[in-house]
Design a protein around this ligand. Structure first.
Ligand code: HEM
Length: 207
Protein backbone atom coordinates (compact mmCIF):
# COMPACT_ATOMS: atom_id res chain seq x y z
CA UNK A 1 0.00 0.00 0.00
CA UNK A 2 1.38 3.42 -0.97
CA UNK A 3 1.12 6.24 1.55
CA UNK A 4 2.32 9.82 1.21
CA UNK A 5 3.44 12.19 3.96
CA UNK A 6 4.17 15.90 3.61
CA UNK A 7 7.62 16.55 5.12
CA UNK A 8 9.22 19.43 3.18
CA UNK A 9 7.20 22.67 3.59
CA UNK A 10 7.39 25.31 0.83
CA UNK A 11 10.01 27.51 2.51
CA UNK A 12 12.34 24.49 2.95
CA UNK A 13 11.97 23.55 -0.73
CA UNK A 14 12.72 27.09 -1.93
CA UNK A 15 15.57 27.50 0.60
CA UNK A 16 17.06 24.14 -0.44
CA UNK A 17 16.92 24.83 -4.17
CA UNK A 18 18.56 28.27 -3.77
CA UNK A 19 21.05 26.85 -1.25
CA UNK A 20 22.13 24.12 -3.71
CA UNK A 21 22.47 26.66 -6.58
CA UNK A 22 24.47 29.14 -4.46
CA UNK A 23 26.69 26.29 -3.25
CA UNK A 24 27.46 25.14 -6.79
CA UNK A 25 28.43 28.70 -7.83
CA UNK A 26 30.53 29.11 -4.65
CA UNK A 27 32.35 25.80 -5.17
CA UNK A 28 33.14 26.52 -8.84
CA UNK A 29 34.29 30.10 -8.23
CA UNK A 30 36.06 29.12 -4.97
CA UNK A 31 38.08 26.39 -6.71
CA UNK A 32 38.79 28.74 -9.61
CA UNK A 33 40.16 31.43 -7.25
CA UNK A 34 42.14 28.94 -5.14
CA UNK A 35 43.93 27.40 -8.11
CA UNK A 36 43.86 30.40 -10.41
CA UNK A 37 46.51 30.49 -13.07
CA UNK A 38 46.66 33.92 -14.75
CA UNK A 39 47.42 32.26 -18.11
CA UNK A 40 44.48 29.85 -18.19
CA UNK A 41 41.98 30.53 -15.41
CA UNK A 42 38.92 28.27 -15.16
CA UNK A 43 36.86 31.46 -14.74
CA UNK A 44 38.56 34.92 -15.08
CA UNK A 45 39.71 35.93 -11.56
CA UNK A 46 37.73 39.20 -11.38
CA UNK A 47 34.50 37.47 -12.45
CA UNK A 48 35.12 34.65 -9.94
CA UNK A 49 35.52 37.17 -7.11
CA UNK A 50 32.33 39.04 -8.05
CA UNK A 51 30.25 35.88 -8.52
CA UNK A 52 31.63 34.42 -5.27
CA UNK A 53 30.69 37.59 -3.33
CA UNK A 54 27.17 37.74 -4.80
CA UNK A 55 26.50 34.00 -4.21
CA UNK A 56 27.97 34.28 -0.67
CA UNK A 57 25.64 37.16 0.22
CA UNK A 58 22.73 35.21 -1.33
CA UNK A 59 23.64 32.09 0.67
CA UNK A 60 23.81 34.12 3.90
CA UNK A 61 20.41 35.78 3.41
CA UNK A 62 18.93 32.42 2.39
CA UNK A 63 20.42 30.87 5.54
CA UNK A 64 18.58 33.47 7.66
CA UNK A 65 15.34 32.39 5.93
CA UNK A 66 16.14 28.77 6.89
CA UNK A 67 16.87 29.63 10.55
CA UNK A 68 13.79 31.87 10.99
CA UNK A 69 11.53 29.43 9.09
CA UNK A 70 12.84 26.47 11.11
CA UNK A 71 12.17 28.27 14.41
CA UNK A 72 8.66 29.42 13.43
CA UNK A 73 7.53 26.16 11.80
CA UNK A 74 8.89 23.75 14.42
CA UNK A 75 11.08 22.04 11.75
CA UNK A 76 13.98 22.84 14.11
CA UNK A 77 13.02 19.92 16.36
CA UNK A 78 14.01 17.52 13.54
CA UNK A 79 17.61 18.78 13.98
CA UNK A 80 17.74 18.00 17.69
CA UNK A 81 20.33 15.27 18.31
CA UNK A 82 19.12 12.41 20.55
CA UNK A 83 22.38 11.65 22.36
CA UNK A 84 21.04 8.59 24.24
CA UNK A 85 21.93 5.43 22.29
CA UNK A 86 23.26 7.59 19.42
CA UNK A 87 26.27 5.37 18.62
CA UNK A 88 24.14 2.19 18.30
CA UNK A 89 21.63 3.99 16.06
CA UNK A 90 24.42 5.46 13.90
CA UNK A 91 25.95 1.98 13.46
CA UNK A 92 22.56 0.50 12.60
CA UNK A 93 22.04 3.13 9.89
CA UNK A 94 25.64 2.78 8.58
CA UNK A 95 25.15 -1.03 8.31
CA UNK A 96 21.95 -0.38 6.36
CA UNK A 97 23.73 1.97 3.90
CA UNK A 98 26.66 -0.45 3.48
CA UNK A 99 24.80 -3.78 3.41
CA UNK A 100 21.06 -3.78 4.22
CA UNK A 101 20.12 -1.48 1.35
CA UNK A 102 21.80 -3.74 -1.22
CA UNK A 103 20.06 -6.82 0.30
CA UNK A 104 16.72 -5.02 0.04
CA UNK A 105 16.19 -5.10 3.84
CA UNK A 106 13.56 -2.88 5.51
CA UNK A 107 14.81 0.62 6.40
CA UNK A 108 15.78 0.58 10.13
CA UNK A 109 14.33 4.09 10.70
CA UNK A 110 11.26 4.57 8.49
CA UNK A 111 10.38 8.23 7.84
CA UNK A 112 7.51 9.68 9.86
CA UNK A 113 6.21 13.27 10.18
CA UNK A 114 7.76 13.56 13.66
CA UNK A 115 11.10 12.00 12.66
CA UNK A 116 11.98 12.51 9.01
CA UNK A 117 15.77 12.10 9.32
CA UNK A 118 17.60 8.86 10.07
CA UNK A 119 20.31 9.18 12.80
CA UNK A 120 23.14 9.79 10.29
CA UNK A 121 21.11 12.48 8.51
CA UNK A 122 20.08 14.09 11.81
CA UNK A 123 23.67 14.50 13.05
CA UNK A 124 25.20 15.56 9.72
CA UNK A 125 22.35 17.95 8.85
CA UNK A 126 22.52 19.49 12.36
CA UNK A 127 26.30 19.95 12.11
CA UNK A 128 26.14 21.32 8.56
CA UNK A 129 23.25 23.74 9.22
CA UNK A 130 23.98 24.87 12.79
CA UNK A 131 27.81 24.79 12.72
CA UNK A 132 29.28 24.55 9.20
CA UNK A 133 27.12 27.00 7.23
CA UNK A 134 27.09 29.76 9.94
CA UNK A 135 30.89 29.46 10.25
CA UNK A 136 31.23 29.65 6.46
CA UNK A 137 28.95 32.73 6.27
CA UNK A 138 30.52 34.55 9.25
CA UNK A 139 34.10 34.05 8.03
CA UNK A 140 32.96 35.00 4.50
CA UNK A 141 31.52 38.28 5.82
CA UNK A 142 34.79 38.85 7.72
CA UNK A 143 36.83 38.39 4.55
CA UNK A 144 34.47 40.67 2.60
CA UNK A 145 34.82 43.39 5.27
CA UNK A 146 38.36 42.78 6.66
CA UNK A 147 38.10 45.85 8.93
CA UNK A 148 35.60 43.84 11.08
CA UNK A 149 38.20 41.13 11.84
CA UNK A 150 40.37 41.28 14.97
CA UNK A 151 44.01 42.10 14.10
CA UNK A 152 45.41 39.13 16.02
CA UNK A 153 43.79 35.90 17.26
CA UNK A 154 45.93 33.64 19.51
CA UNK A 155 49.05 35.41 18.23
CA UNK A 156 48.12 34.80 14.58
CA UNK A 157 46.90 37.27 11.98
CA UNK A 158 43.08 37.52 12.29
CA UNK A 159 42.79 37.55 8.50
CA UNK A 160 44.74 34.29 8.23
CA UNK A 161 42.57 32.59 10.90
CA UNK A 162 39.36 33.74 9.15
CA UNK A 163 40.71 32.56 5.80
CA UNK A 164 41.72 29.12 7.14
CA UNK A 165 38.33 28.63 8.83
CA UNK A 166 36.53 29.76 5.66
CA UNK A 167 38.45 27.42 3.34
CA UNK A 168 38.20 24.48 5.77
CA UNK A 169 34.44 24.85 6.38
CA UNK A 170 33.91 25.31 2.61
CA UNK A 171 35.90 22.15 1.87
CA UNK A 172 34.07 20.07 4.51
CA UNK A 173 30.65 21.31 3.35
CA UNK A 174 31.55 20.47 -0.27
CA UNK A 175 32.45 16.96 0.89
CA UNK A 176 29.17 16.82 2.84
CA UNK A 177 27.28 17.81 -0.33
CA UNK A 178 28.83 15.02 -2.44
CA UNK A 179 28.08 12.32 0.21
CA UNK A 180 24.62 13.87 0.82
CA UNK A 181 23.69 13.60 -2.87
CA UNK A 182 24.94 10.00 -3.08
CA UNK A 183 23.03 8.92 0.06
CA UNK A 184 19.89 10.64 -1.28
CA UNK A 185 19.95 8.17 -4.19
CA UNK A 186 19.58 5.23 -1.76
CA UNK A 187 15.79 5.36 -1.53
CA UNK A 188 13.49 2.57 -2.76
CA UNK A 189 14.01 4.17 -6.17
CA UNK A 190 17.09 6.42 -6.78
CA UNK A 191 14.92 9.39 -7.88
CA UNK A 192 12.45 9.18 -4.95
CA UNK A 193 14.16 11.56 -2.47
CA UNK A 194 14.86 14.12 -5.20
CA UNK A 195 11.17 14.09 -6.18
CA UNK A 196 10.25 14.59 -2.50
CA UNK A 197 12.43 17.70 -2.01
CA UNK A 198 10.72 19.21 -5.10
CA UNK A 199 7.10 18.30 -4.27
CA UNK A 200 7.28 18.18 -0.46
CA UNK A 201 5.65 14.71 -0.40
CA UNK A 202 7.50 11.58 0.66
CA UNK A 203 6.20 8.17 -0.44
CA UNK A 204 6.54 5.72 2.46
CA UNK A 205 8.86 2.78 1.94
CA UNK A 206 6.69 -0.06 3.31
CA UNK A 207 6.93 -3.04 0.99
C1 HEM B 1 22.89 19.85 -5.88
C2 HEM B 1 22.99 19.79 -4.56
C3 HEM B 1 22.00 19.08 -3.65
C4 HEM B 1 21.08 18.10 -3.91
C5 HEM B 1 20.79 17.41 -5.24
C6 HEM B 1 20.41 17.79 -2.66
C7 HEM B 1 19.40 16.84 -2.48
C8 HEM B 1 18.60 16.72 -1.35
C9 HEM B 1 17.47 15.83 -1.21
C10 HEM B 1 17.01 14.85 -2.29
C11 HEM B 1 16.93 16.01 0.02
C12 HEM B 1 15.70 15.28 0.59
C13 HEM B 1 16.10 14.01 1.25
C14 HEM B 1 16.64 14.21 2.63
O1 HEM B 1 15.98 14.85 3.47
O2 HEM B 1 17.76 13.75 2.87
C15 HEM B 1 17.71 17.03 0.69
C16 HEM B 1 17.46 17.53 1.95
C17 HEM B 1 18.30 18.37 2.64
N1 HEM B 1 19.49 18.91 2.15
FE1 HEM B 1 20.21 18.73 0.27
N2 HEM B 1 20.93 18.60 -1.69
C18 HEM B 1 21.91 19.40 -2.23
C19 HEM B 1 22.68 20.34 -1.59
C20 HEM B 1 22.61 20.59 -0.24
C21 HEM B 1 23.51 21.47 0.48
C22 HEM B 1 24.66 22.23 -0.17
C23 HEM B 1 23.11 21.47 1.78
C24 HEM B 1 23.69 22.19 2.98
C25 HEM B 1 24.83 22.80 3.04
C26 HEM B 1 21.95 20.59 1.89
C27 HEM B 1 21.26 20.34 3.06
C28 HEM B 1 20.07 19.64 3.15
C29 HEM B 1 19.24 19.59 4.36
C30 HEM B 1 19.55 20.25 5.68
C31 HEM B 1 18.11 18.82 4.02
C32 HEM B 1 16.92 18.54 4.93
C33 HEM B 1 15.98 19.76 4.89
C34 HEM B 1 14.80 19.64 5.87
O3 HEM B 1 13.88 18.89 5.58
O4 HEM B 1 14.82 20.32 6.94
N3 HEM B 1 21.69 20.08 0.65
N4 HEM B 1 18.73 17.43 -0.16
Amino acid sequence: MEEKIYIYPGYIRIWHLLNALFFLVLILTGISMQYSNPDSPLIPFRISVELHNIAGIGLTINYLVFIIGNSLSGNRKQYKIQWKGLWERLMKQARYYLRGYFRKEEHPFPITEDSKFNPLQAITYAMAMYLGVPLLCLTGIGLLFPETILDRIFGLSGLLVADLLHVTSGFLLSLFMIIHIYLCTLGLKPIKNFKAIFTGWHETEHK
